[in-house]
Ligand binder design. Sequence first.
Ligand code: SF4
Length: 168
Amino acid sequence: MRDSDFQVNGTLIWYYYICKRQVWLMAHALVPDQDDENIRQGRDIQEFRYPRDQKEISLGHVKIDMMRSEKGQLVIGEIKKSSRFLTSATRQVQFYLWQFEQMGIEARAELFIPEERKRFEVTLDEEARQELHAAEKEITDIAHQPSPPPAEKINWCKSCAYAEFCWA
Ligand code: SF4
């Protein structure tokens, strides 16, 4: 993989806190089964909830589920299916805030879990910046390895679209 081919994004941050093997598979564009039940449900949730907010927005390599302006302030939103991986989801949203900050854009962020009727405010502090800086470096190292880290059985494997690839 050439350096120019690779850029850490929010999706990789999300997977980094769940499964490092998945980071490698995503980074190498091994696309999971799009008919997988969990991927379909995720798409449906994003398409049919919060219709007044703008849907997926791209700013450079940053892709945001929702973006709106509230009292003159930019508000970005990320939608998740459940609160099962709240740390991972929080880091992903903090990564977006950090990317915006580096572009000189001030924003606040929210994490939505429509199925559970939950909404969390996400903020960025110095601890999060340092954590994300370290994560970004490790993700880059993982992506440049010649082969994926070995599969390790975790709870997420049951819902993972790569399960057949890892465990067939
Ligand atoms: S099936 Fe399990 S080990 Fe394989 S990528 Fe998914 S979470 Fe990781």
